[in-house]
Ligand binder design. Structure first.
Ligand code: G1P
Length: 290
């Protein structure tokens, strides 16, 4: 029985959908309420039992490394001022997990970013979390997928239904549930960012993957696909020739926090759920009389 121990976080993109905020600040460091979106992903990886995190970074992304590192200056200042709760919060982040960083020198696409992790992952199944996709779920999404992996021991892609023209912003699966009503889909094919009329289903790929290491050989061979980029979806499509690939319709709500509207809805929903902010924020929203 194989176990998934490592998670790759591609975080090398420019974040153009969020300019000007992302001119200097990595989009992965934008906060939903008070926590950078990448930290939601890291906490999900830990909750799923993963031990090693590999972040694919690029020029201008050093704030991510600083965030998960110890800040002696900040800690000394908090200690002096007796702010022990905040001190604890800061220490918790830096002691959370061991993180390795790999630089992607050219933004050639998601497939290329994942390939950068080849040497650190080695010959074992691994997970990929796209930090833009923040998922609020009763059981963390990757943990749900781990349970499916224990059963199928094959690659699994998180998916959920997308209606209408928005489907063209996603990788889309072709396949059927393994049995009527099942959340697990037996995948036959997939296409990255299809035109609405050409989408094989409404099952959009969401940014959580469990992949077998065979993917690396395939990513080495792919050629530019949708948008002229080396697409992860094209590599996974290649896996289908020799291995099973499953979709998993996860339980939970997904927010595209790399998008302004998605970030706004995530902020409202997460703030409403917070004990310290929720009641006051709810009153404020009620008072808006929209
Ligand atoms: C990427 C993937 C796509 C997937 C999406 C989920 O696209 O290429 O298959 O559906 O993430 O968020 P991107 O959003 O980077 O364009």
């Amino acid at each position: 029985m194989k176990k998934v121990r490592k998670v790759v976080f591609p975080a090398a993109g420019f974040g153009t959908r969020f300019l000007p905020a992302t001119k200097v600040i990595p989009k992965e460091m934008l906060a939903v309420v008070d926590k950078p979106i990448i930290q939601y992903g890291v906490e999900e990886a830990l909750a799923a039992g993963c031990e090693q995190i590999i972040v694919i970074t690029a020029h201008g992304k050093s704030a991510i490394e600083d965030h998960f590192d110890i800040s002696h200056e900040l800690e000394t200042a908090l200690e002096k001022r007796g702010k022990f709760e905040l001190l604890e919060l800061s220490r918790r982040i830096s002691s959370m997990v061991d993180i390795s960083y790999v630089r992607q020198k050219d933004a050639k696409g998601l497939g290329h970013a994942v390939l950068m992790a080849k040497d650190l992952v080695g010959d074992e199944p691994f997970a990929v979390i796209l930090p833009d996709d923040v998922i609020d779920a009763p059981v963390p999404c990757l943990k749900q997928m781990m349970s499916v992996f224990e059963r199928v021991q094959s690659s699994i892609l998180a998916t959920h239904k997308v209606e209408g023209p928005a489907i063209s912003s996603y990788g889309v699966l072709d396949g059927d549930p393994i049995e009527p009503g099942s959340r697990i889909i037996d995948v036959r094919g997939m296409v990255e960012k299809p035109k609405m009329e050409e989408a094989p289903s409404k099952n959009a790929i969401i940014g959580r993957y469990i992949l077998t290491p065979t993917i690396f050989e395939l990513l080495e061979k792919i050629t530019p696909g949708a948008g002229g980029e080396l697409q992860l979806t094209d590599g996974i499509k290649g896996l289908l020739a020799t291995e099973k690939v499953y979709g998993y319709n996860f339980e939970g709500t997904r927010y595209d926090a790399g998008d302004k509207f998605g970030m706004l809805t995530a902020t409202v929903d997460f703030a409403l759920k917070r004990e310290d902010l929720g009641p006051r924020f709810r009153e404020y929203l009620k008072g808006l009389k929209l």
